[in-house]
Design a protein around this ligand. Structure first.
Ligand code: FCB
Length: 449
C-alpha cells in the first residue's frame, strides 16, 4: 500500500446542479425553465420522471450542508437556476430566488465549505427559449445581464465562478440531436447556439472583471479522452472532426481566440455565423479551467455517422465492464486529457469539476449501499490524477459527481451517481461506502494505491 499525497491546499468537494437536485420548480416566484418545459412534455424523459421535486434540496439545503460538513467536504459546486433569479430571463428580478442562494452561500460559509457556482447548468428560462434561446444572438446579452445580477448579490462570497457547464451538451444535444431540452434537432441551429454560448461566456467574464468582484472565474468543459480508432487517414480525420466538434469548438476560441479551421470548413453552410470582433470577446483571460471527465472513447469513420461522419465506441477496462449509463471505466484517460490540455493552458489552475459513475447500487434493509465499484472507480481516477499532478499539471481541486443521487436528465431517476443515497420516497439521505471512503481520503489528503 502506497499513500499518494496531494499538494497542500488541494480542494476536495462534490457537485450538483440546480435542476437535478432543487425541486420547488414553481415556488417563490420561480419561472419555467426549458428543463421544466421539457420534462413536462410527455415522452421526453424515462418513466415520465421530472425534476419537480428531485432531492428537495431547495427546502433541505441546511440539512444537506450539515451532511457535507459531516463528510469533511471542503468545496461544494452547485448551479444557480436562472429562472429563480429572473423568472422571464430578463427584466424583473425575483429577490426571493436570490435570497435562496444567499442563504445557501452563507450556510456553506458558516460550515467552512468553499463555493463553486455555475451560472448555467442547462436550465435556460423558457421565456427566452420562446425568443429562440441560444440561437438568438441576443442570448449573449441576456446571459451577461443575468450574470451581473447574480454577481451583485453573491460576488462578495463565492470562491469560484463558472459561466457554463458543458456548453456542447446544451448546443449539440439540446438543439442538434434533440435528446435534451429544448429538444430541437437542427444542426445549423446547434452550431449557432454553440457560438452564442461562447459569446455569452466572454461577455459574462467581462462583466465580472468590470465589477471587481471577489473570487475567480472560469468555465466548465467536458473534456473526455477521445482517441482515433486506428491509424488510417479516414479514422484520424473522423477523430479530428469529432474532437474539434465537441471540444475544440469551445476550447479553442476561449483559450486561443480562434475556431478550429478544419471543422469550420467541414461544416460549410452549417458553420456558425461569426461577426467581426466576436472572437476578441470570447477570448478572455480566465482564472481557471473546470474540467469534467467521465470516459474514453475510440472515434472512427462511419459513412452513416451523421454530419461529422464519425462514430464513437466506449473503451473500458476488461475487468470492469460498463457503468449504468453505458460509459466505460478508463481512469488513465483522465491523465491523458490533462496532459493534452496543459499543452494549451500551461500553468492555468485546473479543477476537476465532475468525475464519478452510476453503478448498480443495492441498498440493504437500512438503505445503506456498499458501493465498492464506485470506490474503485474513484480511487483509480484519483491515482491517475495524482500522476498527472506529478507530471506537472496544475490541478487544484477535485469535485465528485455527485454529492447525492439525483435527476439524471433524460434518464430520469434511474442512474444513481451519488456518494450519498437518496431515498426518493422519504428524501432520506444515506451516505454510501464511497462517502465514508471519500471522507477518510480527504482527512489524509492522500489516496492509497
Ligand atoms: C454531466 C452533467 C451532469 C451529470 C453528469 C452525469 O454531463 O454535467 O449534470 O448529469 O453528466
Amino acid at each position: 500500500m502506497i499513500s499518494k499525497q496531494f499538494p497542500e491546499g488541494f480542494l476536495w468537494g462534490a457537485s450538483t446542479a440546480a435542476y437535478q437536485v432543487e425541486g420547488a420548480w414553481n415556488e417563490d416566484g420561480k419561472g419555467e425553465s426549458v428543463w421544466d418545459h421539457f420534462t413536462h412534455t410527455p415522452g421526453r424523459i424515462a418513466h415520465g420522471d421530472t425534476g419537480d421535486i428531485a432531492c428537495d434540496h431547495y427546502h433541505r439545503y441546511k440539512e444537506d450542508v450539515a451532511l457535507m460538513k459531516s463528510l469533511g467536504l471542503q468545496g461544494y459546486r452547485f448551479s444557480v437556476a436562472w429562472t429563480r433569479v429572473l423568472p422571464q430571463g430578463t427584466g424583473m428580478v425575483n429577490s426571493s430566488g436570490l435570497d435562496f442562494y444567499d442563504r445557501l452561500v452563507d450556510e456553506l460559509g458558516q460550515a467552512g465549505i468553499r463555493t463553486n457556482v455555475t451560472l448555467n447548468h442547462w436550465d435556460l428560462p423558457q421565456a427566452l427559449q420562446e425568443r429562440g434561446g441560444w440561437t438568438n444572438r441576443d442570448s449573449a446579452e441576456w446571459f451577461a445581464n443575468y450574470a451581473r445580477v447574480v454577481f451583485d448579490r453573491l460576488g462578495d462570497r463565492v470562491a469560484l465562478w463558472a459561466t457554463h457547464n458543458e456548453p456542447v451538451v446544451i448546443s449539440l444535444v439540446g438543439y442538434g440531436s434533440g435528446v435534451f431540452a429544448p429538444g430541437l434537432a437542427d444542426q445549423s441551429q446547434a452550431y449557432q447556439a454553440a457560438h452564442h454560448l461562447n459569446l455569452a461566456h466572454g461577455k459574462a467574464v467581462q462583466v465580472f472583471r468590470q465589477g471587481g468582484y471577489k473570487g475567480q472565474i472560469g468555465i466548465v468543459l467536458d473534456l473526455h479522452n477521445l482517441i482515433p480508432a486506428s491509424d488510417s487517414l479516414d479514422d484520424r480525420l473522423a477523430w479530428q472532426r469529432t474532437i474539434e466538434g465537441s471540444q475544440g469548438i469551445f476550447f479553442q476560441p476561449i483559450f486561443q481566440g480562434e475556431y478550429p479551421s478544419y471543422l469550420m470548413d467541414w461544416l460549410g453552410p452549417v458553420a456558425p455565423k461569426v461577426q467581426d470582433g466576436d472572437l476578441d470577446v470570447i477570448h478572455q483571460p480566465l482564472d481557471f479551467l473546470g474540467m469534467n471527465y467521465y470516459f474514453t472513447s475510440e472515434v472512427g469513420y462511419s459513412a452513416g455517422g451523421g454530419l461529422l461522419k464519425s462514430e464513437q465506441r466506449q473503451k473500458t477496462l476488461p475487468s470492469m465492464g460498463y457503468t449504468e449509463v453505458g460509459w466505460g471505466f478508463h481512469p488513465s484517460g483522465l491523465r491523458n486529457v490533462l496532459l493534452r490540455v496543459k499543452d494549451t493552458v500551461g500553468n492555468l489552475p485546473i479543477y476537476i469539476t465532475e468525475n464519478g459513475c452510476a453503478v448498480q447500487d443495492v441498498p440493504d434493509k437500512d438503505g445503506y449501499v456498499e458501493d465498492r465499484e464506485r470506490v474503485n472507480y474513484l480511487r483509480q481516477h484519483l491515482i491517475e490524477l495524482h500522476k498527472a499532478i506529478q507530471q506537472g499539471v496544475n490541478v487544484r481541486g477535485y469535485f465528485i459527481w455527485s454529492l447525492m443521487d439525483n435527476f439524471e436528465w433524460a434518464s430520469g431517476f434511474g442512474p444513481r451517481f451519488g456518494i450519498v443515497r437518496v431515498d426518493y420516497d422519504t428524501q432520506r439521505r444515506i451516505p454510501k461506502l464511497s462517502a465514508r471512503w471519500y471522507m477518510d481520503m480527504i482527512a489524509q489528503n492522500a489516496v492509497v494505491e
